[in-house]
Design a binder for this molecule. Sequence first.
Ligand code: 5AD
Ligand code: SF4
Length: 481
Amino acid sequence: MKHKKVYINTIGCQMNVYDSGRMVKLLSPMNYVPVDSFYNADLIIVNTCTIREKAVQKAHSFIGRLSGLKKKRPGLIIAVAGCVAQQQGDLIMARFPYVDIVMGTRAVEHICAHIGALNADRSRKIVDIDLESIGFITGEAPEISGGISGVSRYVTIMRGCDNFCTYCVVPYVRGREESRTPEDIIKEITSYVKTGVCEVTLLGQNVNSYGKKEGLCSFPHLLERVAGISGLSRIRFVTSHPKDLSDDLINAFGRIDKLCNHIHLPVQSGSDRILSGMHRRYTRDDYMKKLDKLRNVRPDVAVTTDIIVGFPGETDDDFRQTLDLIDRAGFDTLFAFAYSDRPEAPASEYPEKVDDKTKSKRLGELFSCQKEITRKVYSRQTGKIFPVLVEGISKKEVHNLNNGKTVQITGRTPENRIVNFDVPGDSEHNVHNRHGGIPGDLVGKTLLVRITKACSNSLSGELLTGVSLGDGENEGEAHAA
Ligand code: 5AD
Ligand code: SF4
């Protein structure tokens, strides 16, 4: 049977990346192969995000661009999936009548049934946005799932959120918290490891409450079980809610070597008044105490965070407290966002909105403050030796292949810092322009690299020749200087 082409435009977080991978896997028995361009695709899926207004605009503008294509090729199937689909349902059909399928966040598993129904009757319009919908992913692994590179994969361990932070749309578009069984998760990761994956990132809106509702094992216990998978060398997870960062989880950083030396711990604001308005249920002092505890267990742990500026009622003084917190916390990097009204979220009704000009001024100030902190944190790494998991050829090198005797490759330290370094372009390391420019034999290997220079968003280093940690385990302690 002739192959059909599916193009997926994934907007938003890792959950969507994972769901897109899942859809590719589900569609493959229907003979769909993923393609990189939508111009001659038979099926286009727009996997959307609604966390901020900008993401919604991005989805709308992409869907808008498909109108001409659909006129030219009426056989084309257009599906809108993800959070905007969940939130807007029929409204999508009303605004973009050429869309065939609108499928919400819990409809991923139904993709083939919907395509089948459309093939049987091309005049149909399908809207599937039931948040109570069952059919959580099973242990079967997505064939092409999202991940940072061929050696690293995302694995969704839970979906939904019960926290109801007042600015956030997630509980309304992703529904109540629900966890997958440890057996399913282990089965999926094991199948990745067999294909050469050595790092996984466990995904959930709030992984610390994993399994609580269902009475499954605790999150730290799940980490122990995942760490038991042989051939897997690194475990990461996102995202942790500071209020739920338990002593048990903190101590897991002391026990589990495979747990990477990094935590993403969104603080959102440094002002107690704003944190309370956000319904975050911790104070800045609680947050800082948890950081201290964590650093007692793993002194060199890298911490990253999310900040929202311009939450309703945020004064200059509140913002100063955020600047003060980031100064004290010593984050590696941070993601900062201008507060964006989400219609379902209660904060959209709060008075005292902060104007756009103030928000962008505060964002600018925050970024330049953090830039200096990142510079300090990164410069402290020079001279230290890290195990770097090789992901591929560095961006710079892609334009520069075969130019000399060395090839620059890129990888990550356990702290999630990107390191670029040269390896000889000789047969010993087999990094000549093979596999479309990817240094085939080194991808997935962990190499010891000494940091020589701190750049603004990455590190440069030199390979310690003759030392390879292979692609196996036991790399946990090797990063001390
Ligand atoms: N406006 C701005 N940023 C938001 N985030 C979530 N909701 C909003 C919103 N309404 C940010 C938070 C969260 C990250 C994923 O997105 O910082 O941690
Ligand atoms: Fe949104 Fe808060 Fe849940 Fe995170 S914890 S997804 S910010 S409601």
